[in-house]
Ligand binder design. Structure first.
Ligand code: ZN
Length: 206
């Protein structure tokens, strides 16, 4: 396979990208300078060296001098340890953080569970979450888990799964499981929500 077709195949694996868009990306790259293409290739390569995944919340973060395996939020002693907000993807947590309406800790599931999924545990970081909840309950007084999942069919399916999955352990340790207030909007997606909407959804959680 030549480089054009190989790249088209690679771009097609990006979320929401079809064959025509993938082809447009490749021809765009061909029209750019060598310097641009080198910069792009270099930065893709650097991801491995410069970005790490947090061992606690599983979000991606830039490696720093401290060489900690935890991100700045998880290391921050001012953040409320009694509250854990669960999101599907990194873009969701970024938007919640931007709203300045939340000062607890996070957990990134890394996806959603599709309807009728036979192996839900393989779709999200469920076991990692379960272990973290147990650890936090014992070590740092976890009192509330906020499910901040998108109000889409998949998001709600994931929410239902997590409520059952975490039901026993949360009852054992007296942890409240809440979800974002739905307000007026249906189909709320954190990625596209403004700070005001997120603030209200957090305030009206239950
Ligand atoms: Zn973290």
């Amino acid at each position: 396979m030549d480089s054009i077709n190989k790249l088209i195949e690679l771009f097609r694996q990006f979320p929401g990208i079809g064959p025509r868009q993938a082809k447009r990306f490749v021809y765009f790259l061909l029209s750019q300078t060598n310097a641009y293409r080198d910069l792009l290739a270099e930065n893709i390569k650097n991801l491995k060296e410069t970005i790490d995944i947090c061992k606690s919340c599983y979000r991606y973060f830039p490696k720093d001098k401290i060489k900690s395996d935890k991100c700045v939020i998880c290391r921050d002693p001012r953040r409320d340890d009694s509250c854990l907000l669960i999101v599907s993807r990194d873009v969701d947590y970024e938007n919640v953080e931007k709203s300045h309406a939340y000062d607890g800790k996070y957990f990134v599931l890394g996806g959603n569970i599709p309807i009728l999924e036979k192996d839900p545990l393989s779709k999200i970081r469920a076991k990692e979450l379960f272990n973290l909840v147990g650890h936090r309950a014992k070590e740092s007084g976890l009192k509330e888990i906020i499910l901040a999942l998108n109000l889409t069919v998949e998001g709600e399916n994931t929410e239902d799964f997590l409520k059952k999955y975490l039901g026993e352990i949360s009852a054992e340790y007296g942890i409240k499981i809440s979800e974002l207030g739905r307000g007026l909007s249906t189909g709320l997606e954190l990625e596209y929500s403004d700070s005001e909407t997120i603030k209200n959804a957090l305030k009206n959680r239950g």
